[in-house]
Ligand binder design. Structure first.
Ligand SMILES: CC(=O)SCCNC(=O)CCNC(=O)[C@H](O)C(C)(C)COP(=O)(O)OP(=O)(O)OC[C@H]1O[C@@H](n2cnc3c(N)ncnc32)[C@H](O)[C@@H]1OP(=O)(O)O
Length: 209
């Protein structure tokens, strides 16, 4: 039976595990630094800490990092890949991914998400429940598109950026690295690196205070 290891026994980790089962993984276990205090994550067992996963890689057919923090997820994915881990990629059967889209290793696409034609998604990205990423979008590494967020066609999103729940981004815009788009925002202009924007239309958070 193919074995999957998931690093990060969080709520996000439970959705990753649930999606993995829907994708046909039958044997899956968690690793988390809260072990041995944390022994379970929902119906799944936590069998060791992060360091123990690195020692156990040969026993797994796939490894995923289920850590919501983009920077930490990117770091752990890179370290696991360098250590020889076989990084898995998940697409929930109720998600729609174009044959002509590309999805980087270690990425997850949850139920109801749509990834459209000629989109390119970097490694370690989360396309969360019911989001959409439209044609020709370019997402960097370890991006998170939250539930119900929508990117119109041709949007570029830099590494480590986070599109908040229910936000929308107008077509052909360029969002930099480490951008945070607040929940429910409507982004109608480019966003520079490291900027948090909120509101409708979206403005930098400091300008809204
Ligand atoms: C399955 C899952 O759960 S996936 C997770 C999905 N979660 C998300 O998408 C979270 C997105 N995060 C947000 O929207 C956050 O509120 C952020 C990042 C924009 C701001 O967070 P913080 O920096 O902690 O700001 P804070 O909460 O202190 O709010 C600062 C001010 O901005 C306002 N504000 C915060 N977020 C928003 C928003 N999304 N839209 C409008 N105003 C906002 C607050 O009301 C506050 O206003 P005030 O100064 O007048 O009182």
């Amino acid at each position: 039976m193919r074995r999957l290891a998931i690093l990060g026994a969080s709520g996000h980790g439970k959705v990753v595990a649930d999606t993995a089962e829907r994708c046909g993984w039958r044997s899956l276990v968690f690793f988390d630094d809260a072990w041995p205090k944390r022994q379970h994550n929902g119906p799944w067992v936590v069998i060791g800490n992060g360091a123990m996963l690195f020692d156990a890689l040969s026993g797994f057919d796939g490894v995923l990092v289920a850590i919501g923090d983009n920077r930490i997820r990117q770091d752990r994915l890179r370290r696991l890949r360098d250590a020889g881990a076989r990084l898995a990629t998940l697409v929930h059967p109720a998600a729609t991914v174009s044959t002509y889209a590309r999805l980087g290793e270690g990425s997850v696409v949850f139920a109801g998400a749509v990834l459209n034609v000629d989109a390119r998604i970097g490694p370690g990205t989360i396309l969360n429940t019911g989001c959409s990423v439209d044609h020709d979008c370019r997402l960097g590494e370890a991006v998170h598109v939250s539930p119900g967020a929508h990117l119109a066609g041709g949007v570029q999103v830099g590494d480590l950026s986070w599109i908040g729940i229910g936000a929308s981004v107008r077509q052909s815009l360029r969002l930099g690295r480490r951008v945070m788009v607040g929940a429910g925002a409507a982004v109608v202009s480019d966003v520079p690196d490291g900027t948090t924007v909120i509101g409708v239309p979206a403005r930098p958070l400091c300008l809204n205070r």
